[in-house]
Design a protein around this ligand. Structure first.
Ligand code: NAP
Length: 320
């Protein structure tokens, strides 16, 4: 059975801390760390639930919510808004719901229509976090964010976020906002892709924009182990009596301010992931993972090339 926010509060203990605080779920003994969403005062679990390629049905999502991962990420392009809508029925207020509008819908009227369609599929009357899925270089960002701000004014959206926006795109979007703020940027971050460490992460911290790390397991744990010739992930996990997946998730969220959204189809995986934030890696453990596991950080030149390629494809109606 899923507890409502109030029931959950009455079953556990909050441990205060100025920057973040911990949720102790006394019912099953797991602990979920929380982080503030920007300066909104809203607390998010450090580890939520992703739903790209999700095929697990409602039960794994409900289990995740009951274990404190009450932050679900979806998108109009994922085809999973309906199942998320079913999973949160009767429990809407306990869940922080994030979805995304696709770049091909970034004209003003299309943003509004997309939001209404997402609301219908999610079977709710508000979206907590509405995100621009990728930049669209063929449509004025001012037009797009104007529509997003209108959705906030109409009470259909609580907060505006972006996704896959690198520094330049993020600054342009911020400049175009007239009355609300961008509260989050959802970007790829994991042990083998650390691109955001080259400037974006620091900028988001300065601006108090929450980084939501997508693909924390690099879209499959085997991608990480393939880059770990000495098996340090397993070694750290063994020392901690945790699994390699839990250590990989924990490494993402141990960076202050970051929350993450692993996707898992099975109940077992969801339970394992929900127990990934109840410990802190030591400096030595983090250093071992960061030096022994091979990773990439795409620099400004490569990011600029990707931006040009994306722009070119969008001009011919693709990559949207
Ligand atoms: P991910 O979370 O990095 O990895 C998912 C894979 O890891 C699945 O194969 C899953 O298997 C497996 N897994 C999960 N928990 C596991 C466990 N405890 N033990 C073993 N294997 C486990 O992949 P992702 O889907 O790329 O990223 C997560 C979420 O981020 C997405 O679902 C989506 O919400 C978001 N995302 C956003 C963007 C964007 O452009 N904004 C892009 C990519 C992803 P099972 O499913 O079989 O459990």
């Amino acid at each position: 059975m899923i507890a409502s926010a109030h029931e959950v509060s009455s079953a556990g203990v909050w441990v205060s801390d100025p920057a973040s605080y911990f949720w102790l779920d006394l019912a099953d003994g797991t602990t979920m760390e929380h982080r503030y969403l920007s300066e909104t005062g809203v607390e998010l679990p450090a580890s939520g639930l992703g739903t790209w390629n999700y095929t697990g049905g409602i039960e794994p999502l409900r289990t995740g919510i009951a274990l404190g991962a009450c932050f679900i990420d979806t998108a109009e392009s994922y085809g999973t808004e309906e199942v998320v809508g079913r999973a949160i029925q009767g429990n809407r207020k306990a869940v922080f719901l994030a979805t995304k509008v696709s770049p091909r819908h970034f004209h003003h009227a299309d943003v509004i229509t997309s939001a209404d369609r997402s609301l219908r599929r999610l079977n709710t009357d508000y979206i907590d976090l509405y995100q621009l899925h990728w930049p669209n270089y063929t449509i004025s960002i001012a037009e797009t964010v104007g529509a997003m701000e209108l959705l906030v004014d109409r009470g259909k959206v609580r907060f505006i976020g972006v996704s896959n926006f690198h520094l330049r795109d993020l600054k342009n979007a911020q400049k175009a906002m007239t009355k609300h703020k961008i509260v989050s940027n959802q970007v790829r971050y994991n042990l083998i892709d650390r691109t955001i460490e080259l400037g974006l992460l620091d900028y988001c911290r300065q601006q108090k924009i929450t980084v939501i790390a997508h693909s924390p397991l690099a879209s499959g744990p085997s991608s990480i182990t393939a880059q770990d010739p000495e098996g340090v992930l397993e070694k750290v996990a063994k020392n901690r009596s945790k699994s390699a997946v839990q250590v990989a998730i924990n490494w993402c969220i141990s960076t202050r301010g970051i929350v993450t959204i692993p996707k898992a189809n099975s109940m077992e995986h969801v339970k394992e992931n929900c127990a990934a934030s109840d410990f802190a890696l030591s400096v030595e453990e983090a250093r071992l993972l960061e030096t022994k596991i091979k990773f990439s950080r795409r620099g400004p030149f490569e990011l600029a090339l990707r931006r040009i390629a994306r722009h070119g494809l969008q001009m011919i109606g693709k990559n949207q």
